[in-house]
Design a binder for this molecule. Sequence first.
Ligand SMILES: Nc1nc2c(ncn2[C@@H]2O[C@H](COP(=O)(O)OP(=O)(O)OP(=O)(O)O)[C@@H](O)[C@H]2O)c(=O)[nH]1
Ligand SMILES: [Mg+2]
Length: 219
Amino acid sequence: MLFLLPALNEETGLKTMVPKIKKEFPKAKILVVDGGSVDGTVVAAKNLGCEVFTQAGKGKGNAIIEALERVDDDETVVMMDADETYEIKYAKKMLKKLTENNIIIGSRFKLRHPGSLTILNLIGNRLLCFAASVLFLKRFSDLLSGFRVFRCGTVKNLQLKAQNFEVETEMSLKAAKRDVELIDIPSPYHKRKGETKLRPFRDGFLILKRILKERLAKS
Ligand SMILES: Nc1nc2c(ncn2[C@@H]2O[C@H](COP(=O)(O)OP(=O)(O)OP(=O)(O)O)[C@@H](O)[C@H]2O)c(=O)[nH]1
Ligand SMILES: [Mg+2]
């Protein structure tokens, strides 16, 4: 099993998160994909015993795509942000539902902590989920959640292309089109450690564009 952590300047989050992963999942490998951090992310991750590589391209999407290329198809992947917003122990609940052909999503709306999602992000997320649900005639609960469990090969087969924060949306929409089951598990969400990398208007617009692109594309 492999924890996949995309990290751009997340030294603070990694320092508290990685020991928790090791405690809950002592045998798991931890792969940190560095996005060109200028803080102590890389050194901290290495000192904590993680495998680390710096991505060639830019953006969270490229980080995920490049990481999956390095991982065997039959590996179980737990993807989560490196800012300690998600609760590691919930991965256990998610792993129980995993099959060869599904993606388990930690859905944040029910159990989110106050202040974890800004009003703007909450409204944007809801609107984007609503737009996708209407356009795809299927209910998407937390399209943008970065907490996901899947077999590496399941997601590699989707041939993701999104370079930035549209990557989770593309994953969910392509999965829906290819009959890969999406299973939501309510999972807590906390206020992040360190500074956000999300730019709500720019990234929200890119996500909306991705939803429309996926709707218009044939497969
Ligand atoms: N490798 C890599 N990681 C990135 C990049 N951009 C963002 N990330 C990571 O992707 C994860 C999600 O980014 P966040 O800034 O937390 O965005 P968010 O979770 O939508 O927003 P918050 O609710 O503010 O946390 C974090 O672990 C970031 O460090 C990038 O270009 N490269
Ligand atoms: Mg975050």
